[in-house]
Structure formats: structure tokens, C-alpha cells
Design a protein around this ligand. Structure first.
Ligand SMILES: *Cc1c(COP(=O)(O)O)cnc(C)c1O
Length: 406
């Protein structure tokens, strides 16, 4: 039976939506900067950023303006035609990175799907049809289509959907010896997150990424960086590969790219892109003018020294607060990650309880994330204000005390 018309509550969710999510009990209705309000008017500090998406906070005036202006101009035209906002955004991405060609999609999954299909296609076109092996890593996350979820490789996400795409192997992250053991001339690509997000906020070591680059060069394989979560300023550089000084052949971006408007991109070189031709791949919405107009403005704001340098200053403040909380409550065994992608691993006695801290935080008026059952994750707006950080941390400390003393 339907809920009474007009009364939209959390109970409505269970009546109308597939049970693939377990959303919080409250329903956010409004956001401004790093604060969010729910149906009852309760206010939250946002340390979650819509899972590393709202990099400029909620309703940033410049993004609102871009959306309004484009919304009164041209929404959608399909890829039967091209459009100015997409071409402008592609030019910006190319000017700022290693890339020479860009394609737009709508989600991280689709950008990765494009990347993996391109890597296979490139290998079979330029080398051999047997060059199909993809090497990926334990605890990786690359999306939810059957190909990307298989490359991600976590059984909890991929089991039950078989038969899975073949010739994908997984080895431990940050373990170059393990990669060497499976690397061969049949390998078409190595796929890696420079900072694993969902898998627990773990940054690659510089030697690991450089080693992958060398192995790929040695075996004519493509190095694919999934920067869906760690890119677009989150690491303190525009893309995390810039921090490491290791250049991939293919890079994917999404999440923060549109600041909350769904859009993703796959970046590569002219040589690799050139194996594709009209019809090789496609998308109805990819590169939609609305999405690209918003992303273009988000890009111009994020790719400035003020914002990028601010990321590392804000990180210091976050880490200092987390250390203070840790000194008082002895909660974390490690605080890690890079820039404003921060992971705090729970000590053995609190293992498996990340969600308890998350729910307690929501009660106190704070949105935080977990990354698996043992790691608290913070992925706030890149321009979150100091007073929001202070207030959010006060609330987090209260939540921690409640969980520990319960
Ligand atoms: C979120 C994420 C994806 C999937 O992006 P969607 O937009 O949810 O499809 C892929 N890779 C990484 C590293 C991610 O964090």
C-alpha cells in the first residue's frame, strides 16, 4: 500500500526503492556550503561531501549560476551533435593534464567501463587478440557494472552475477612482487586507484606506482589510474598522479568533477584513443551540455592554487583534531590518506564498528563516512570553512564519547 500522498518519510523508501541501499533515518532537504538540513530542520555539518562529490560544498553560487544559465540555454542535444560546454571542458582537462583526448560519460562506473574496454580494444588492435589480461588489486573499487565490479573484484559486490568477464586477476595492493609474479606479455592493462577509497583509504607508495609504470612499459600494457575518488583536487594536487610524478596511459575522473552534477571523464593519449572509431563505444547523455557547463565552472575553481593549497591546510586541521580525539579516547590505530581524503582506522577493540560511530555522529548533527567496517572516512568539501571543521569535530568527539561509554 502506498503512503499517504504528500507525506514523504523514510518509510516511503522501503515502499518504493529497490533494497540496495540502507539510507539514514533522516531525509536531507537543503544544503549550503558545508551544512545540511533535514526535514525536521535539524542541521548537520557535512564531512562526507556526498561521498567525495560536493567538492565545492552545497549550492556553490558559481555552480548554481552555471546550472541556471545553461538550463535556460540548452540542456541536451545527444552525441549526434557536439556542444560548446563539452568542448570547453575537454580543452581545460587536456591543458591541465597529460591527456590529449577526453570522452565524457555520466558516472565513475561508465568512465571505467570505457577505460577497460579501450584497454582491451587497444591491445587486440595494436598487439594481439590474446592480450586480454587485466591486473587489479585486492580491496579495489571501480564501479558496479559487471565488467567494473569484476575488475574491482570484491566478492561481496560481484558474487551472484556470473558468468563474469574473464581474464582478470587480483593481487595485494602496494605489493610490486605480487604484480611481477602475474605480469606477462598477455597483460593489456594494470588498473589501480592511486589512493584506494572504498577499500579503506590507503595511498599507494611512490615505488609501487613507479614500479607499475615500469612493468607496463616492459610488457606493452596500459597503466590505468582510477581517480574517480582521489582526483579533482582531493589529494591536494589536481590529480593524484601529479603528486606521485607517475603518468598513466588512461585516467578516469568522476565524483568531484561535476561538484554534484553527474558527469565523468576518461582521459588518454591521442595514440591510444585512435584505435576507437565512431560506433566503438557511446553514451546518450555523455558530455551533456548541462553537466559540462557545471563541471567547467567547478574545474576553474578547483584548479587554482588557493583551493589546492587550501586542501593541505585543511587536512592538517582535520588530522590535528582527530589526533586530539585519539589522545582522549584511544580510538584509532592510524590516521592516513592524502589531502581531504582522510581515513582513520579503528583500533582492534572497535573493529567492525565504523557504522556505530557514523550513526552516533548523525545523531549529534554530523555526516561522516566509513570505508569498510574498520575505517572512518572523511571527504568534505575542498573549501570547507575552519568554523565548520571546528564545529564538526566537536560533534564527532561527542559521538565518539557516546559510543565508547555506551
Ligand atoms: C565511486 C567510485 C567509482 C564508481 O563511481 P560511480 O559514479 O558510483 O559509478 C569507481 N571508482 C572509484 C575509485 C570510486 O570511488
Amino acid at each position: 500500500m502506498a503512503t499517504q500522498q504528500g507525506a514523504i518519510t523514510r518509510a516511503t523508501f522501503d515502499e518504493v526503492i529497490l533494497p540496495i541501499f540502507a539510507p539514514a533515518e533522516f531525509i536531507p532537504v537543503k544544503g549550503k556550503g558545508s551544512r545540511v538540513w533535514d526535514q525536521q530542520g535539524k542541521e548537520y555539518v557535512d564531512f562526507a561531501g556526498g561521498i567525495a562529490v560536493t567538492a565545492l560544498g552545497h549550492c556553490h553560487p558559481a555552480l548554481v549560476e552555471a546550472l541556471k544559465t545553461q538550463g535556460e540555454t540548452l540542456w541536451h542535444i545527444s552525441n549526434v551533435f557536439t556542444n560548446e560546454p563539452a568542448l570547453r571542458l575537454a580543452r581545460k582537462l587536456i591543458d591541465a593534464t597529460f591527456a590529449e583526448r577526453v570522452v565524457f560519460m555520466n558516472s565513475g562506473t561508465e568512465a571505467n567501463e570505457t577505460a577497460f574496454k579501450l584497454a582491451r580494444y587497444y591491445a587486440s588492435t595494436r598487439h594481439s587478440p590474446n592480450k586480454t589480461k587485466i591486473i587489479a588489486f585486492h580491496n579495489a573499487f571501480h564501479g558496479r557494472s559487471l565488467f567494473t565490479v569484476t575488475v574491482g573484484g570484491q566478492p561481496k559486490y560481484s558474487d551472484g552475477f556470473g558468468p563474469k568477464p574473464a581474464d582478470i586477476v587480483h593481487v595485494p595492493y602496494n605489493d610490486l612482487h605480487a604484480v611481477k609474479a602475474v605480469m606477462d606479455d598477455h597483460t593489456c592493462a594494470v588498473v589501480v586507484e592511486p589512493i584506494q577509497g572504498e577499500g579503506g583509504v590507503t595511498a599507494a607508495t611512490p615505488e609501487f606506482l613507479q614500479g607499475l609504470r615500469d612493468l607496463c612499459d616492459e610488457h606493452n600494457a596500459l597503466l590505468v589510474f582510477d581517480e574517480v575518488q582521489c582526483g579533482m583536487g582531493r589529494s591536494g594536487d589536481l590529480f593524484a598522479y601529479m603528486h606521485y610524478g607517475v603518468t598513466p596511459d588512461i585516467l578516469t575522473s568522476a565524483k568531484a568533477l561535476g561538484g554534484g552534477f553527474p558527469v565523468s571523464a576518461m582521459l588518454t593519449t591521442q595514440e591510444i584513443a585512435s584505435v576507437f572509431h565512431p560506433g566503438s563505444h557511446g553514451s546518450t547523455y555523455g558530455g551533456n551540455p548541462l553537466a559540462c557547463a557545471v563541471a567547467g565552472v567547478a574545474f576553474d575553481i578547483i584548479n587554482t592554487p588557493e583551493v589546492l593549497n587550501g586542501v593541505n591546510e585543511k587536512r592538517e586541521l582535520f588530522v590535528k583534531h582527530l589526533q586530539d580525539i585519539n589522545a582522549k579516547y584511544d580510538l584509532f590505530s592510524e590516521i592516513r590518506g592524502m589531502g581531504l581524503l582522510i581515513g582513520a582506522e579503528l583500533k582492534p577493540q572497535y573493529k567492525g564498528r565504523a557504522r556505530d560511530f557514523l550513526y552516533a555522529s548523525a545523531d549529534e548533527g554530523l555526516m561522516v563516512l566509513n570505508a569498510g567496517p574498520d575505517v572512518m572516512r572523511f571527504a568534505p568539501s575542498l573549501i570547507i570553512e575552519e568554523n565548520d571543521i571546528e564545529e564538526g569535530m566537536l560533534r564527532f568527539a561527542k559521538a565518539v564519547a557516546k559510543v565508547i561509554n555506551a
